[in-house]
Design a protein around this ligand. Structure first.
Ligand code: FAD
Length: 435
């Protein structure tokens, strides 16, 4: 059936709108928050400078816990219509491998890889169906209020695609606007507990790949290449390695293809395939937290908390945080309940990222491969860390001899390394500069 929801891509009437909540950013965090709030009967407006469908940098793997959240948001069926294959996880190292499913959640023990060109567009349309106004191609250019106790945030201004200014007044202003959050800059937030990365991540899309129902990680230490079969016949082939190598790589495309050629099992499945995008990625993958709430404002998704993408937690976390913030808004205690949830829920996974943001060594990989090849149950517990249904320091590390030397002795000992790391925010701009 055709989508018969009203056109909410444009503000109706004048250049002034009032809402209960206005959100900057309409991808995983922003659109899912808009769905929850619209379901509560609130008037919610989200602005995004992007138009949809469109890409954003990600390698797009989501696990059974996130599939359950997408089901609750009413979008899983539409996502599955794009045919992302169900994926178990496999690791290859020195001629050995294991493959593991997840512990099922609602009967699903697999992951999916869904490109954001597909996922975010589906979320945006679902938010409109729920009753939210999503303004595409609208860049937030300034905020109303300083975000302090005596001058809380009360709205924002944005530019339409035609260059007209629109003012949106709201009781709560939410930044779902990614790692370089304009709202965070406006209220002068620093990045806290910064976890510097030692590795970079690059990838390209392919079609015509000899496919399978696994997401495969090929450990050629200190490099890792991975293959994620995705939606609509696309495949993501990634290259993860020491960030310091980026300067010496020369031609990125050639370096990427050489890395793939050096892994015979991966090269063989790409023999008749076509690379359909340029190689993209970044060395800027430092983890951080930001203060989550203040007078009249909140941050969700990457704007609030970023983790190394080898954890593949960004989408899951954006959806989960939006759910918790929406519950807090419904209960009237969002300013405290939402940060309290983060403090309770995130430390162990963030600590595990210390290991994921480092380039692996063969010695460390032998330790873990020995254990997971021998014990399929333990291998499942390991991959379940990504699905958040097992806990690294409780369910995995104590059962793998030598693994605590690889990952760190305890959550507290690992996090202590980063507790004092702060990166000071850039000075507050008079208005948000165009990029
Ligand atoms: C290389 C890489 C690989 C990754 N792989 C995975 C993975 O496999 N699985 C996973 O779960 N996560 C992965 N992630 C993380 C994941 O992509 C992010 O966590 C996720 O995109 C966060 O969603 P978000 O909605 O918070 O922010 P974003 O997706 O960054 O969206 C922010 C939106 O805000 C808009 N915006 C910003 N400023 C303004 C403004 N001034 N006005 C209007 N709009 C504005 C932007 O246009 C954008 O659409 C990866 C990340 C990277 C970098």
């Amino acid at each position: 059936m055709l989508d018969q929801s009203p056109d909410t891509t444009r503000p109706a009437g004048s250049g002034r709108i009032t809402a209960d909540v206005v959100i900057v950013g309409a991808r995983a965090a922003g659109s899912s928050l808009a769905i929850h709030l619209a379901r509560q009967g609130r008037k919610v407006v989200a602005v995004d400078r992007a138009t949809f469908p469109s890409e954003t940098m990600s390698t797009h793997v989501i696990y059974p816990n996130t599939l359950a959240r997408l089901e609750d948001l009413g979008v899983l069926e539409e996502i599955e219509a794009h045919g992302p294959p169900p994926l178990y996880t496999s690791w290859y190292h020195e001629g050995r491998m294991f493959v593991a499913p997840h512990t099922p959640e609602r009967g699903r023990d697999w992951a999916h890889c869904v490109r954001r060109v597909t996922l975010d567009d589906i979320l945006v349309r679902a938010a409109r169906r729920a009753g939210a106004t999503i303004l595409e191609g609208h860049r937030a250019t300034g905020f109303i209020g300083a975000g302090t106790g005596d001058d809380p945030l009360r709205g924002l201004t944005c530019l339409t695609p035609e260059g007209a200014e629109v003012t949106i007044e709201a009781d709560i202003v939410v930044g779902a606007d990614g790692v370089n959050s304009a709202l965070a800059r406006h209220v002068g937030l620093d990045r806290e507990k910064v976890m510097p990365t030692e590795t970079m991540l690059y990838y390209a899309y392919w079609t015509g790949v000899d496919t399978r129902n696994t997401q495969d990680f090929f450990f050629e230490c200190p490099w890792i290449c991975a293959h994620f079969p995705a939606d609509d016949g696309h495949h993501v082939i990634t290259m993860n390695g020491p960030a310091e190598a980026r300067k010496e790589m020369g031609d990125l495309q050639e370096f990427y293809l050489d890395k793939i050629r050096s892994i015979p099992a991966l090269a063989a499945r790409l023999k008749t395939a076509t690379q359909v995008s340029r190689v993209t990625g970044t060395t800027r993958l430092d983890g951080f937290y930001r203060q989550h709430t203040g007078p009249g404002w909140a941050l969700v998704g990457d704007a609030a908390h970023f983790k190394h993408p080898a954890s593949a937690q960004g989408i899951c976390d954006a959806l989960h945080a939006a759910e918790v913030l929406a519950e807090g808004i419904a209960a009237g205690d969002w300013a405290t309940s939402y940060p309290a949830w983060r403090d309770a829920e995130s430390p162990e996974l963030y600590a595990f990222c210390k290991h994921l943001r480092e380039a692996p060594s063969d010695a460390a990989m032998r330790v873990v491969m020995d254990a997971f090849i021998k014990d399929a149950h333990l291998a499942r517990k390991m991959v379940d860390v990504w699905a958040r249904s097992s806990r690294p320091w409780t369910d995995v590390i104590p059962h793998v001899p030598g693994m605590e030397q690889v990952t760190g002795l305890s959550v507290e000992s690992v996090l202590a390394e980063f507790a004092a790391n702060t990166r000071v925010a850039a000075p507050k701009p008079a208005a948000i500069a165009a990029e």
